[in-house]
Design a protein. Structure first.
Lengths: 279, 534
């Protein structure tokens, strides 16, 4: 694949660039959160339920207990991105291992691993995540682990498919003739060639993980000592009719972030497969 | 009490007071006959036997079907006769004679008699009921010289005041002929699923997850009552659905804060609807910080006082409770006359004082600004306790205590706090039931076995406190009893074994079409015999 062509194709995709820009802002917010809002974002700093722009001290207003919405939003970006990246990373790692072993060795190993994958695929992901957290106890890390454990099946199937086709190629046969072991062939020869579609899928998983994390923390299954967007929405639910912004602002943040990640993912897909472009 | 509803609440209260003093009680019964009262269902307990489980969730439905010997009332002695018309204690405090109402029939047509009362007291309240097991533990026998007299005999002197105060919640009478020689406590018992009582409404039908239907009892003992033809408890999806149903006029009534406090304030301004905190005086809750004395830091009274100085109950009242409630001065709420006293140690909101107390106790701030860490478990049952937990975490961090919230589901919370004692601090809403000996002293008396919820599972044991509680439990003079409970409140507020913060009522939303509502101190769990629809 032509490296230059890839970059060029991505750079001419306006949607992807917009997504990258939004994502950049969110990442920046997560990085500078402790500088912008030192101290605990859950601290009660003002009068409860001041509206956005009512006071410049709290540009996005305060919630039911008088916590600064902007501080919560900026710190919440850290939890969302942390969970999104760790969960997607974990899911891809598990998926690659399972898919590579299944695709490379075939036979009964493939049968066993694919039946396991199907078992996970048939259980609704969100329900399984709920059950896993009930066992592990609520918390940011357990949420990340739970999401990773319910989203590795996609990468596993794609990796397996790539391995099934790639292992027939001459360069694999050549490597085998040279006396290289299975591990070397899997990770040094085949995997680098199979990686592109897996990474594209990764962006989809990041977006899904951010959504699941928000839903779980909305249900009170995240760490109550850490500010998260889902929790902020849940806190605002009781006052939704009188102070809609308490739920709407973090909701909008989730929407933007997930949209940005999806746009970037689409841009990567289009850039990686120029012939399947939809334009 | 409720700043944003002052005018309405005051008006309501004034009219209610004027009504009760000027108009004789039977004038109430002149309301219009007929109509279906639509109510938002509360919880769906496994059965409706309010004699076994004195719980508001059961009473909300069962109190219309099954009746107690007496119920609470505003004014006067505070108690209103229901199935008993009069009661006389003996001078030695060892017996109490009840005169029972005559001409009362069970819903299946049998006559109600003293045998039913004797059976309920000996076989149900004393043996099976959560509170009755303590209050009636010394009940030896119930004699029934005739069909309308029941004499309760105790093995040692018992304050008759305690028994009378216990009647509203603890004396639900069951029909002997349906329960004798059966497994009374079995939830699937036919009469527990479809209760048969003496009340103004008969239990007609229940569809789990959908509704409960009660029908008018045409042969009720009170003349011209009840007035409505039917009560329908509709199961609603969530608090938002209840609020919407109120606005569309589909519901006449919801109780126990079935809508969020913020929505209630909004609905209170809608034409045709009103919000009431009246009618909950007898079932008031106290938001309380429970403390595990097994932690060496928390066993030190200076640390507990520091915790109390770090908390601003006024802020909690204004934000978490939106003004509905009052700052708690001690373990008994202000409505708990004649026991209530304000003559107790007071703790101002003063974080500087709290820090000084912690320094004095030897817990200096570390390099990270924290003195020690505590595990904080807010009860998940109520929005108010969860938010109080959020506030508490921040308030304690301000004085250098690193409070970490741990969220659990309801069964998990009860097991961790009341059985495994795996907590440092917890936030609870503890109910006050009309007499300190029923609901309150259990929180301070030592020796409760692990696993009994809403009791002293705090590892707090003080011989002086135990002595005071035991003395009051067997003191038969009303005046001396009250004095002992004043001493008890002083001791609680000096020792601070746990921290009562805010006394709060639940909220009802009610349509203007409903007549005669919230007219007694535990109205949502009373009989509603006088309710009518305009």
């Amino acid at each position: 694949m032509n490296e230059r062509g890839f970059k060029q194709r991505f750079a001419t995709n306006r949607g992807a660039l917009a997504g990258l820009a939004i994502l950049g802002v969110v990442v920046l917010a997560a990085i500078v959160a402790p500088l912008l809002f030192p101290g605990d974002p859950l601290d009660i700093v003002g009068r409860p339920l001041t509206e956005p722009f009512e006071y410049w001290r709290f540009p996005l207003g305060t919630d039911r207990l008088g916590r600064d919405m902007l501080a919560g939003l900026v710190h919440g970006a850290r939890a969302s991105l942390f969970v999104g990246l760790v969960a997607a990373g974990g899911a891809i790692l598990i998926g690659i291992l399972v898919g590579a072993v299944a695709g490379y060795f075939g036979g009964w190993t493939d049968e066993a691993l694919m039946r396991l994958t199907e078992t996970f695929q048939t259980v609704p992901g969100f329900i399984l995540a709920l059950a896993l957290i009930a066992v592990m106890g609520p918390g940011v890390v357990s949420v990340a682990i739970a999401i990773a454990l319910v989203s590795w099946t996609g990468p596993a199937r794609i990796t397996r498919a790539e391995f099934l086709s790639l292992k027939q190629r001459e360069f694999v046969a050549a490597s085998r003739v040279l006396g290289n072991g299975h591990g070397y062939i899997i990770f040094r020869e085949i995997l680098p060639n199979a990686l592109a579609p897996i990474i594209v899928l990764g962006s989809v998983i990041v977006a899904a993980a951010i959504l699941i994390e928000s839903a779980l923390s909305y249900l009170g299954l995240s760490d109550p000592n850490v500010a998260t967007w889902g929790q902020m929405i849940a806190n605002g639910r009781a006052v939704f009719r009188s102070a809609w912004y308490v739920s709407a602002i973090p909701g909008f943040a989730i929407l933007l972030t997930v949209l940005a990640v999806s746009l970037v993912g689409e841009g990567l897909t289009d850039a990686a497969n120029p012939r399947t472009g939809r334009r | 009490m409720a700043p944003r509803l002052t005018r309405r609440t005051v008006l309501h209260g004034a009219l209610g007071a004027a009504g009760s003093s000027l108009i004789p009680w039977h004038a109430y019964a002149q309301g219009k006959r007929g109509g279906v009262l639509m109510v938002a269902a509360d919880s769906e307990p496994p059965h409706w036997n309010g004699a076994i489980v004195a719980s508001n969730g059961v009473f909300f439905v069962s109190s219309k079907v099954l009746e107690p010997l007496a119920d609470q009332a505003f004014g006067g002695s505070g108690v209103r006769p229901v199935l008993a018309t009069a009661w006389t204690p003996s001078a030695d405090g060892r017996s109490l004679t009840f005169q029972l109402r005559s001409g009362v029939k069970w819903h299946d047509g049998r006559d109600f008699s003293s045998a039913d009362v004797a059976f309920s007291a000996m076989e149900v309240w004393k043996k099976l009921q959560n509170f009755g097991r303590v209050v009636f533990k010394d009940l030896e026998a119930v004699e029934t010289p005739n069909a309308t007299t029941a004499i309760f005999r105790f093995s040692k002197p018992i304050p008759s005041q305690l028994i009378v105060n216990a009647l509203p919640a603890l004396s639900t009478v069951l029909p002997k002929h349906l329960y004798e020689n059966t497994d009374i406590a079995q939830p699937s018992h036919p009469a527990n699923q479809k209760p048969v009582g003496t009340g103004p409404y008969t239990f007609a039908e229940q569809k789990r997850g959908e509704f409960v239907r009660l029908e008018r009892n045409p042969s009720y003992w009170a003349p011209n009552q009840p007035l409505v033809d039917r009560i329908l408890y509709r199961k609603m999806a969530d608090k938002g659905a209840v609020a919407a149903a109120h606005e569309s006029g589909e519901l006449h009534l919801s109780c126990f804060s079935a809508v969020s406090t913020a929505d209630a304030i909004r609905l209170g301004k809608v034409k045709g609807l009103q919000v009431s905190t009246k009618g909950y005086e007898g079932i008031l809750y106290t938001a309380t910080v429970e403390i595990n004395h097994r932690r060496k830091e928390l066993a030190d009274v200076r640390v507990r006082r520091a915790l109390r100085h770090a908390i601003d109950p006024k802020f909690l009242l204004d934000t978490v409770f939106q003004g509905f409630g009052a700052i708690a001065t001690g373990p008994i709420p202000a409505s708990g006359a004649p026991f209530y006293t304000t003559d107790v140690a007071q703790y101002a909101f003063d974080p500087a004082r709290a820090e000084a107390l912690l320094d004095e106790a030897g817990y200096k701030k570390g390099t990270d600004g924290m003195r020690f860490a505590l595990k904080l478990l807010p009860a998940p049952f109520f929005e108010q306790t969860r938010l109080t937990g959020d506030y508490l975490r921040q308030a304690l961090r301000r004085i250098g205590i690193d409070a970490q919230i741990e969220a659990n589901d309801a069964p998990g919370h009860i097991a961790k706090v009341y059985k495994d004692h795996a907590f440092d601090l917890a936030v609870a809403a503890l109910v006050y039931r009309n007499d300190p000996a029923i609901s309150t002293t259990v929180l301070y008396r030592s020796g409760t076995p692990a696993g009994v919820p809403f009791a002293n599972q705090y590892g707090y044991a003080d011989p002086e406190m135990d002595k005071l509680i035991d003395q009051a439990a067997s003191e038969i003079s009303d005046a001396d009893r009250a004095k002992l409970y004043v001493a008890f409140q002083k001791k609680v507020m000096t020792d601070l074994p746990i921290l009562p913060l805010v006394d709060f009522p639940f909220l009802s939303v009610v349509s203007d079409k409903v007549v005669n509502h919230h007219n007694n101190p535990r109205w949502p769990v009373s009989s509603w015999a006088d309710v009518s629809l305009a």
